[in-house]
Design a protein around this ligand. Structure first.
Ligand code: SAH
Length: 443
């Protein structure tokens, strides 16, 4: 996710182009950096764990550092934005969410306009993407033609869920009474649309759903494996005997369950990262899409099974050593889309990955920019619009490194339907017309 963060530092001062509809208290300030308060306690927790049971896997280290219910990085922080540790496309420009909304409507139409539409977002951050999507859906009521839309957010962080609730539902949301309730928060948007919060995808009700996961998979724990003369060995995290209070990587002396089950027999690389949790989630998404209908759109920094060591940390928009001050920095690894495709199986159609530049251009970002610029005379807002467009699409910024991957119901392969209500027009012949993945002209 954050391969570009260090290089992108100069871009982080970019203010978001805020339309009157999204202005207001929904863009909240970040909390103070938590390191001094919480970093050391996470380190203490990890060192006592390692002392008790031996070195831990990188996946366990990452899971604890990011999502430990008490001291995890995501659980306590608002880390997104200029004052935080990293910034994401929905935070850079509202055009991003607007184009994803068009994708959602296009897929809903392609599926035959079902009466009920569940929008499900995994890891919604500040809620900006969902908020931009809902604004467009509100404007396209005539296209939705009375369909019943609900929003379902899968969020592990209570702190972020409060930010999301404020942004999406104002003061109308309330927390569930019991700690174990599958829906831990519920609210309504100003337009009356219901919003539900869950800790796990399993808890989201069944039914036709469009899933969005933006910069979510890269935050899931990865296992790391090293090829050695004696075969594949798992990389583990241990206490550094020479530097008390510091952690180091070690290679397990013998095979672990993970090293014997997660590395492909024909693997050619010498070092691999496998996100088993991501594999399980994509399997769940694929099963739901196959059984209930719908689609999933996944956007993340990633590769197609070619990269090796991509594990890295970010703090204050700078690269951060992954084993230093755990719990105080974001940890991330590029998403292996070839692994996700393999785990999705044959029950769904997989599209992409295609670059963010290709995806957004296919979705009509250039036309949308022209419309916005035509209606905007303020020079500073025009500059913001142009520079955020540049960050999202330029090949050396987010344009090429950021990828989009889709899961569709197999019926979309058999019977391609054009989203005529949106006036999308296919430009080039392709087996399957899917917005974003196929070149479209907007008329
Ligand atoms: N999608 C947002 C935020 C990305 S940051 C954006 O693009 O701006 C990652 C998000 O995933 C955060 O909201 C974080 O709290 C959430 N998250 C991380 N691990 C998670 C997990 N295991 N289950 C649910 N949410 C998780």
């Amino acid at each position: 996710m954050r391969a570009l963060r260090a290089a992108k530092t100069h871009l982080f001062t970019l203010p978001r182009f805020v339309s009157p509809a999204t202005a207001g208290p929904n863009r909240l300030a970040c909390t103070a950096p938590p390191e001094k308060k919480n970093g050391p306690s996470m380190l203490r927790h990890l060192t006592s764990k390692i002392k008790a049971t031996g070195p831990i896997s990188v996946a366990e280290y990452m899971r604890e550092a990011l999502t430990n219910p008490v001291t995890g990085y995501y659980v306590r922080n608002d880390m997104l934005g200029a004052d935080g540790d990293f910034i994401t496309s929905p935070e850079i420009s509202q055009i991003f969410g607007e184009l994803l909304a068009v994708w959602i409507i296009s897929e809903w139409m392609g599926a035959g306009r079902p009466k009920d539409l569940q929008l499900v977002e995994l890891g919604p951050g500040k809620g900006s993407l969902a908020s931009d999507v809902l604004r467009v859906l509100g404007q396209l009521q005539s296209v939705l033609n009375g369909a019943s839309v609900s929003l379902h957010l899968v969020e592990v962080s209570p702190a972020l869920s409060r930010l999301q609730a404020q942004s999406l539902t104002g003061t109308s949301s309330h927390e569930a009474a019991g700690e174990d309730e599958p829906v831990y928060r519920h609210g309504r948007t100003a337009g009356g649309l219901q919003v539900f919060w869950y800790r796990r995808l399993e808890d989201v009700p069944r039914g036709f759903s469009i899933f969005l996961a933006h910069e979510f998979f890269d935050a899931l724990p990865i296992h790391k494996f090293q090829r050695t003369k004696r075969g594949w060995r798992e990389v583990m995290v241990d206490i550094d005997p020479d530097k008390p209070g510091q952690l180091r990587f070690v290679v397990a002396p013998s095979p672990t369950l993970a090293s014997t089950t997660l590395v492909q027999a024909d693997e050619r690389r010498d070092h691999v990262e496998v996100c088993a949790d991501g594999g399980l989630i994509i399997q769940q998404l694929a099963r739901r899409v196959a059984e209930e209908g719908g689609a999933a759109l996944i956007g993340d920094y990633g590769h197609d099974g070619s990269k090796t060591d991509t594990f890295r940390g970010f703090k204050g928009h700078q690269l951060h050593q992954v084993l230093a001050a755990p719990g105080s920095a974001d940890l991330t690894a590029d998403v292996d889309f070839s692994y996700l495709r393999r785990m999705a199986g044959e029950g769904v159609a997989c599209l992409g990955p295609v670059s963010q530049r290709t995806f957004l251009k296919n979705m009509g970002i250039d036309t949308r920019m022209q419309v916005l610029l035509r209606n905007c005379s303020d020079p500073s807002t025009r500059r913001q619009l142009i520079s955020s467009y540049d960050v999202l699409t330029h090949p050396t910024k987010m344009g090429e490194r950021f990828l989009f991957f889709g899961l569709l119901h197999l019926s979309r392969l058999a019977k391609p339907k054009m989203a005529t209500g949106l006036k999308l027009e296919k430009k080039s012949p392709a087996q399957l017309s899917v917005a974003g993945f196929t070149e479209m002209g907007f008329c």
